[in-house]
Design a protein around this ligand. Sequence first.
Ligand SMILES: [Zn+2]
Length: 396
Amino acid sequence: MHRVAPATDTPVRQESLRAHNLSLTFRQIVGAPAPISRIELAVATGLTRPTITRIVDELLAGGLIVEAGPARSGNSGRPRVGLSLAPTGPAGLGLDIRVDALSACVVDLTGTVRHLAFAPRPPAAADTLARLADMGRAAMAAAAAEKLTVVGTTLAAPGPVENAGVVRFAPVLGWRDVDAAAALRHALGEVMVDNDAGLAALGELYASAPALRNFVCVSGEFDIGAGIVLEGALLRGARGWSGSLGHVAVTADGPVCACGATGCLQHYAGLQQILAPAAPAAAPAPAVAIDILASSGDRDTLAALDRAGTALGVALSALINIIDVDTVLLGGSYSLLASWLTEGVERELNRRVLTASWAPVSVRPAPLGPDAAVIGAALSAIDRVRQDPNSWLARA
Ligand SMILES: [Zn+2]
């Protein structure tokens, strides 16, 4: 009666099968571009009509879906009721540590941003987690006022993250092996921590779906990071550390980097490094400062931007020759500087990517820009319910 194949070759108990079929059906509603009827769900899942009816009742009672009202079906003319995701119920909370600010974001089950707030980044790095906890609590309260319940939190952090909670190395925050998840758990419950560049790519993927499926989103935040998306999925790597583009060498014998290597991209295209010739002191909002200087015609800044665009293009060409994506998104703070960087990046890609003469790589500013990481973090938190709604139904 069911065309459902269990994921393992062990016997499936009745309760597991129910949960499996419920997840399967729910993911069809999640993936549907428009409200979907019970009949369409039965066809798409291969489940029987009575089974679909029971599952839909359960999802409706749990507040995960809503009936979208009668719509005329094509042939019979009989009214059918479309089903879509509920705008209330479970929500995901994202937090992000940016160069110029801290941010918090709540998205609902439909992926809609319902709350987005910013606060200054405390001068003392040690205060950062306490401020984030306050912002998270405020975001949860704002969500509750809209009948949303935060079911999970993801923090976007600079630098490589281990075991979904420990930031291994973030020199600009003075962090080494900081268990950020543990520090936030008391205030916010379960917290996952992930790299900001990868989460930014997830945010951009969601915003551009389904048109964009293979791209690199390069973000110039504290460290230059690249979120690599292949066939609609983030390439995480064996330990989740992929995308440290800032420490790819663009010259073998360049200046010594903070990481200990020489000639890293970071030295040529990091925001503070672009700004340094014109404004040697670190600026709180470097991308804005760079844009103002460049717009005023400051020659040092324009030369630094040209150098940055070239270096980015060199590093990205090496990456693209290996992984074959068709699009580069200038993300994060780079999205604000795209008009200054794009030409240099394109020039180097056209020179160095083997296939560029007949299939040029598209280079453009990322639509979500600096907000992508916090939105991607919130989406990754709600995605756990979108993939498996059973835990929400159990608690509801
Ligand atoms: Zn380096």
